[in-house]
Design a binder for this molecule. Structure first.
Ligand code: KIV
Ligand code: ZN
Length: 522
């Protein structure tokens, strides 16, 4: 198919910024780097790596991504304010292709109630922020927050100011997911009319999914001329989430003949990106999720199965291999050596050397003793699991859970604390998992409440690795964790302790100082 450059849609991935703002998600630097490397393999154009002023941890993660991840533009978010813009620049400046993304609200609701200022002041702040950012960097994005509930004429004035000061991308967010596709298209037509200079820069859509319309609204914006779409893997993000990257990319890919729009994404990396993000964030993917849900390519009804067996296209509009499902036939066994493991991991995109190769090899051998064939999915699961291990404040040392139909289950645990001491706890509960988690609470002397608990198998078969996702609440804060093991109870204990580790304040779990002043996410 003939493709024209003017129809190329840039993929701006915000998994590590807006996505990380989902309740309960807390990624450390290593995990963010791993996701950023996968996003680069996926071929996204821009990675919004974080909100550098929000915490020293976020600053460091953005800086590490800027230094180590090559290919995509690396972007840092900044409110319209001098310290924010400084922090964003300092975090991204070592990238080969840095971008500063600055924003301020243009809706009267936000201006009056949240910013408690005036429209004139908003214009002044937008002007100053874009000018400051442009002083540092040639690539500057500006967003009028809550634009879809703003007076469009006022938004247009602010956008004109951003353009006058040299913004190179204008992103118009549907911050609260309020828009509909017709309205969204109409909003863009009006903005193009009121601000003719928009034709000379990249225009961008950023839609939230509160009404389930994030992808539809984003697509409406693309159809009327936008050429950047902001989205997140698995659709994670503030509240109901952002437009899902895999849905947008596959919509453009599968229906390219109808609209002519295309992206530079390597669709075969989608499934792996989805699994990695789900595992590291602790957010499971719903089974019927478009593109990456486990049922997205499953056929239940006899008629459908019959049709697909005769000819796949009878009931499938895309091939599972296009998104990287079933693409990897890699299999190792218990006689495979360190070299084979390293090659397999490299093929999967993991760079492991020295101590991390030793750990991966030990985990692999333990698994290969229990499981005849170790597949690519197993390797991905154990390597991501090890990544979760490193900076955990609390670590499972040992556990003993007694369960029977004739008496209450009893659990005893030992947990290593952030200061290296080992705490013990024992508890009886309604079931073995309840007893186990209560014993952990006793050992760490915290009163965490379990909110969600999911168990799934990484691959098929009775010897499959089990993966447990936990969401708990501690002192009013939600926190998630994931654990992987052939022993479901061990996986549950790890997941619970990782969620607990994420929930305790940073200064309690590491020697790192807490941010001087807490900054809330946009
Ligand atoms: O939803 C939103 O308005 C945002 C901005 C910071 C772009 O995430
Ligand atoms: Zn957003």
């Amino acid at each position: 198919m003939d493709r024209s450059e003017k129809d190329r849609v840039k993929i701006f991935d915000t998994t590590l910024r807006d996505g990380e703002q989902s309740p309960g998600i807390s990624l450390n630097k290593q995990e963010k780097l791993e996701i950023a490397h996968q996003l680069a393999r996926l071929g996204v154009d821009i990675i919004e790596a974080g909100f550098p002023i929000s915490s020293p941890g976020d600053f460091e993660a953005v800086q590490a991504i800027a230094r180590e991840v090559h290919g995509p533009v690396i972007c840092g978010l900044a409110r319209a304010g001098s310290q924010d813009v400084d922090a964003a620049w300092n975090a991204v400046k070592d990238s080969e292709r840095p971008r500063i993304h600055t924003f301020i609200s243009t809706s009267d609701i936000h201006i009056q109630h949240q910013l408690q200022t005036t429209r004139e002041d908003v214009k002044g702040q937008a002007r100053a922020a874009v000018a400051q950012a442009r002083n540092y960097c040639d690539d500057v994005e500006f967003s009028p927050m809550d634009a879809t509930r703003s007076d469009l004429e006022f938004t247009a004035e602010v956008l004109q100011i951003a353009l006058d000061e040299g913004a190179t991308t204008i992103n118009v967010p549907d911050t609260v997911g309020y828009s509909t596709p017709e309205e969204h298209a109409e909003m863009w037509r009006t903005l193009y009319r009121l601000v003719p200079g928009l034709a000379d820069v990249t225009t961008s859509v950023h839609c939230h999914d509160d009404l389930g319309l994030a992808v539809a609204n984003s697509f409406a914006g693309l159809l009327v001329g936008c050429r950047q779409v902001e989205c997140a893997i698995n659709g994670i993000g503030e509240r109901a989430g952002n437009a899902s990257l895999e849905e947008i990319v596959m919509l453009l890919h599968v229906r390219e003949a109808a609209h002519g729009l295309w992206t530079g994404v390597n669709t075969r990396e989608i499934a792996r990106a989805s699994r990695l993000v789900s595992r590291l964030t602790g957010y499971p993917v719903q089974p019927n999720k478009a593109i990456v849900g486990r049922n997205a390519f499953a056929h239940e009804s006899g008629i459908h199965q019959d049709g697909v067996l005769k000819e796949r296209t009878t009931y499938e509009i895309m091939d599972a291999t296009t998104i990287g499902l079933e693409a990897n036939s890699l299999v190792l066994g218990k006689h495979s050596g360190r070299h084979a493991l390293r090659n397999a991991l490299e093929e999967l995109g993991f760079q492991v050397d020295g101590a991390s190769l030793n750990t991966a090899f030990k985990r692999f051998k333990e698994l290969a003793d229990k499981k005849k064939k170790v597949t690519a999915l197993d390797l991905e699961a154990i390597v991501s699991d090890e990544m979760k291990q490193a900076p955990a404040a609390f670590e499972l040392v040992s556990f003993d859970v007694e369960a029977s139909s004739s008496r209450s289950p009893l659990a005893r645990v030992q947990v290593r604390m952030p200061d290296g001491e080992v705490g013990s706890g024992s508890f009886t509960g309604d079931g073995p998992v309840d007893a186990f988690f209560s014993a952990i609470n006793a050992a760490v002397e915290r009163d965490a409440r379990l909110r969600e608990f999911h168990v799934s198998a990484v691959t098929g078969g009775r010897d499959a690795l089990g993966e447990v996702n936990v969401l708990l609440e501690l002192d009013g804060r939600l926190s998630s964790g994931v654990g992987v093991s052939t022993d479901i109870l061990e996986a549950a204990g790890k997941a619970y302790l990782r969620a607990l580790s994420n929930a305790v304040p940073e200064e309690e779990r590491s020697a790192e100082p807490a941010p001087a002043e807490a900054v809330t996410a946009p």
